[in-house]
Design a protein around this ligand. Structure first.
Ligand code: ADP
Ligand code: MG
Length: 290
C-alpha cells in the first residue's frame, strides 16, 4: 500500500543517513530534474587550509592573523575555522572580539577594542571600503589558482589578504556522473568568486553561478523551479532561503542548524553520492506505488 511503501522508504533511507521529513518529500524528490549544489562545505570538504598570507605594508603576518582569528572565533563558517586553526598553529593569540555578526555570503564583522574589524570577500571589501589595486591584482591571481581569498580590515584600514584552499570531496566527481546517468544536470551555486568557482566546476564538469548572495541563490532556484522539480543542497545560513524555495531542500549533515531546520531532507554522512542515492530511493518508491 502507499503509506507502507513510503514508511519503508523513509526508514530504509534513515538507516543510510538519508533523512526525509515525510512522504511528500519522497514524492517531490522523485520529480526532481535539476540539482543545485552549494560549493563550500557541500561539494568541497569544507575544511579549507590557509595557503597564503599577504600582509599590508607596516602590518606583520601575526598582527593580521590575530585580528582575523579574533573576528572569526565565533563563526561556524569553514573559512573562519581554517583561519582560527592557522592562528593557533602559528602560536598567535586571537584578539578578543565581541558582538560578532555574520554578513551572509560576504563575511563577518566584530568589535575589536573600540574598532569594528571585519573579514570578507575582496568583492565586499572593494564595494564598502575600497581595495588597493595591488591587493585586487594579488587576490585575482590567487583566485585563478582555485583559492578563496578574504580581506581583513580594521574599520577602513586594510590589514591584508588571506588565501585558502578547499578540495572537492572525494566522491564529488562520481556523484556528478551518477546524476547525469539519472538525467539530472548538476549546477554549482556559490558565494565564492567566479575564478575559484570555475576551477572547481571544471574539475567536476559542472555548470556554475558565482558571487551568489543568499537572495541570488533563491532567485536561481525560483527560476529553475518554474521549469520543473529542483533540488538544492547546501550547508550554510547563506543557503537557507534557497533551501526553503527549492522543491526539495537538502541539508548537508555537517552544516549549520539553520540549514538543517529549513531543509526538507538531510544527508547525514556528508557523501555527495548520497544525492543521487536519495533520487534513486524516491524514484523506486514512487515507481512501486504507481
Ligand atoms: P559558499 O556559497 O561557497 O558556501 P558563502 O556564501 O558562505 O560561500 O561565502 C561567500 C564568500 O563570502 C566567501 O567566499 C568569503 O569570501 C566570504 N565569507 C563568508 N563568510 C565568511 C567568513 N566567516 N569569513 C570570511 N569570509 C567569509
Ligand atoms: Mg557552504
Amino acid at each position: 500500500s502507499v503509506p507502507a511503501s513510503i514508511a519503508s522508504a523513509l526508514s530504509s533511507g534513515a538507516r543510510k543517513g538519508l533523512l526525509m521529513k515525510g512522504g511528500a518529500v519522497i514524492e517531490a524528490t522523485a520529480k526532481v530534474s535539476r540539482i543545485a549544489f552549494d560549493k563550500t562545505g557541500t561539494l568541497t570538504h569544507g575544511t579549507p587550509r590557509v595557503t597564503d598570507i599577504v600582509a599590508a605594508p607596516g602590518v606583520t603576518e601575526n598582527d593580521l592573523l590575530a585580528v582575523a582569528a579574533g573576528v572569526e572565533t565565533g563563526s561556524s563558517h569553514p573559512l573562519a575555522q581554517a583561519i582560527v586553526r592557522r592562528a593557533s598553529e602559528a602560536g598567535v593569540t586571537a584578539l578578543p572580539a565581541a558582538q560578532a555578526r555574520a554578513l551572509p555570503g560576504k563575511g563577518v564583522e566584530a568589535q575589536v577594542g573600540d574598532e569594528k574589524a571585519w573579514v570578507a570577500s575582496p568583492r565586499h571589501a572593494a564595494d564598502t571600503a575600497g581595495l588597493a589595486a595591488e591587493h585586487i591584482n594579488r587576490a585575482t591571481a590567487l583566485e585563478s589558482e582555485g583559492k578563496t581569498v578574504v580581506a581583513v580590515f580594521r574599520e577602513r584600514r586594510p590589514l591584508g589578504l588571506i588565501a585558502l584552499r578547499d578540495e572537492p570531496r572525494d566522491d564529488a566527481a562520481e556523484a556528478m556522473a551518477q546524476l547525469r546517468q539519472l538525467g539530472i544536470t548538476p549546477l554549482i551555486l556559490t558565494g565564492d568568486n567566479p575564478r575559484t568557482a570555475a576551477a572547481i566546476a571544471g574539475q567536476l564538469g559542472m555548470e556554475f553561478r558565482a558571487e551568489m548572495l543568499p537572495e541570488d541563490k533563491l532567485e536561481v532556484i525560483r527560476d529553475l523551479g518554474a521549469q520543473g522539480g529542483v533540488m538544492m543542497i547546501g550547508d550554510g545560513i547563506n543557503d537557507a532561503p534557497a533551501l526553503k524555495q527549492a522543491s526539495v531542500g537538502v541539508a548537508m549533515g555537517s552544516g549549520t542548524d539553520v540549514a538543517l531546520e529549513t531543509a526538507d531532507a538531510a544527508i547525514l554522512r556528508n557523501r555527495v553520492t548520497d544525492a543521487p542515492a536519495l533520487i534513486r530511493l524516491a524514484r523506486v518508491t514512487m515507481g512501486n506505488i504507481r
